[in-house]
Design a protein around this ligand. Structure first.
Ligand code: PHE
Length: 341
C-alpha cells in the first residue's frame, strides 16, 4: 500500500505539472482526488489493514492527499496567470502602428467665395433666400418687364420644358426679386444665390450652367448712391481696401437706370493685360434701380418706395478672388486643382 501511495503521488504530481490548462487540471483532480479517484480507492482499502499498520498508513495517505492538493492549488494559480498573460498578449493594441489616413475634403473655391459674399451681406442686415431652378416665365420674364419678343426669351438662349415657353431652367436669379416682393414685408433686403442656365458653349469664360447672387433692397428713399456705396463696400471687403470700381451705363428690362460694375484688374492694376483683355477692368455684375413697373406689378407703391438690385456672376467673383484663369477649372473637379484652396 505504501508503494501504491508513493506511485500515486509521483504520477499525480507529474501529471499536474504538465497539465496544459485549468480544465485539464480539473480533470486530473477528479481522477486522483474525486469520489471514485485513485487516492480515494486506496483509502477505502484502509479497513483491511491491521490496527498496528493503520495509523502510519493513514498519516501517509493524508500527507499524499495534502501534497496533491497543494500541487493542484499552485498549478492552478500558475495556469490562471499564464492564461491572463496570453489574453493580454492577444488583445493588445499596438499604438505604434501607423493609422489609416482619412482624407479630409474642404469647401470648393466657389463656395468659399459665396460664403464670404453671404457673410458680408448678412453683416449688413440682408436675408439669404433660396429659390427654384425650374422657373416660370411669369417670374423669370413677365414680372421682370421682359415682354414677349424680348431677345432673352429666345429659344436659342433659354432651356424650355414646354412648347409655350412658360416653364424653363431659370436664366438668371432675378426672378427671386419678384418672389421676395410677393412673399416678404417691406422693407426688403435680400441676397439669393443659386444656379442659372443659358444655352452657351463651354469656353474659358462661359458655361451653360453657372451661378449668380441676386441682391435687392426696397425701402423708403433708396437711391443709386445707396447701391454704389453698398457695392463698393462689398468689393473692398472681398478684394481689399482701395480696390477701384467703375459703373458703366447698361440696359436691363427690370432696372432703370441700369449699369454694369467693373473692378480694376487684379493682375495688371488697370494698365491692361491678357486677363482683362487689355481693358484694365473686369466686369463683375449688372445692377440698377428697380423699374417702377416691376414694383407696381408686385403691388408696391412707387410714390413711397424705391429699390435697387444687382446680379453678381459667382464664378467670375471666385476667379478674381483666387486668380483662376479658366472657368472650366471650377467645374472639372480635378482634385489637383481643388486641393490648392
Ligand atoms: N439678371 C441680370 C443678368 O443676369 C443681372 C441683373 C440683376 C441686373 C439685377 C440688374 C439687376 O444679367
Amino acid at each position: 500500500m505504501k508503494e501504491q501511495l508513493a506511485k500515486i503521488r509521483s504520477e499525480a504530481l507529474a501529471a499536474f505539472a504538465s497539465a496544459p490548462d485549468s480544465a485539464a487540471l480539473d480533470a486530473l483532480r477528479v481522477q486522483y482526488l474525486g469520489k471514485k479517484g485513485e487516492l480515494t480507492g486506496v483509502l477505502k482499502m484502509m479497513g483491511k489493514l491491521s490496527a498496528e499498520e493503520r495509523p502510519a498508513m493513514g498519516q501517509l495517505a493524508n500527507e499524499v492527499r495534502a501534497a496533491l492538493e497543494t500541487a493542484i492549488e499552485e498549478t492552478s494559480a500558475k495556469l490562471a496567470e499564464a492564461a491572463l498573460e496570453q489574453q493580454l498578449k492577444d488583445e493588445a493594441v499596438d499604438v505604434t502602428i501607423p493609422g489609416t489616413e482619412v482624407k479630409m475634403g474642404h469647401k470648393h473655391p466657389m463656395y468659399i467665395a459665396l460664403d464670404e459674399i453671404k457673410d458680408i451681406f448678412v453683416g449688413m442686415g440682408f436675408t439669404v433666400l433660396d429659390g427654384p431652378e425650374v422657373e416660370l416665365a411669369e417670374y423669370n420674364f413677365d414680372r421682370l418687364n421682359a415682354e414677349e419678343g424680348h431677345p432673352s426669351r429666345d429659344w436659342s438662349d433659354t432651356f424650355y420644358f414646354d412648347e409655350d415657353s412658360r416653364v424653363m431652367l431659370r436664366s438668371q436669379t432675378s426672378p427671386m426679386q419678384v418672389r421676395a416682393m410677393d412673399t416678404m414685408e417691406l422693407p426688403i433686403r435680400i441676397v439669393a444665390p443659386g444656379r442659372v442656365y443659358r444655352k452657351d458653349e463651354v469656353d474659358a469664360t462661359h458655361s451653360p450652367m453657372f451661378h449668380q447672387v441676386e441682391g435687392m433692397v426696397i425701402d423708403k428713399g433708396v437711391t443709386m448712391a445707396d447701391l454704389k456705396g453698398t457695392l463698393n463696400t462689398v468689393v473692398e471687403q472681398l478684394y481689399g481696401a482701395g480696390t477701384k470700381t467703375r459703373f458703366r451705363p447698361h440696359h436691363f428690362p427690370f432696372t432703370e437706370p441700369s449699369c454694369e460694375m467693373d473692378v480694376q484688374c487684379h493682375k495688371c492694376g488697370g494698365v491692361g493685360c491678357p486677363t482683362c483683355k487689355g481693358e484694365g477692368w473686369i466686369e463683375l455684375l449688372g445692377a440698377g434701380m428697380i423699374h417702377p413697373k416691376v414694383l407696381q406689378m408686385a403691388g408696391i407703391n412707387t410714390e413711397i418706395y424705391s429699390g435697387w438690385a444687382f446680379g453678381i456672376g459667382l464664378e467670375r467673383t471666385a476667379m478674381r478672388r483666387f486668380k483662376i484663369a479658366d472657368l472650366r477649372l471650377i467645374f472639372e473637379n480635378d482634385i489637383r486643382f481643388l486641393e490648392q484652396f
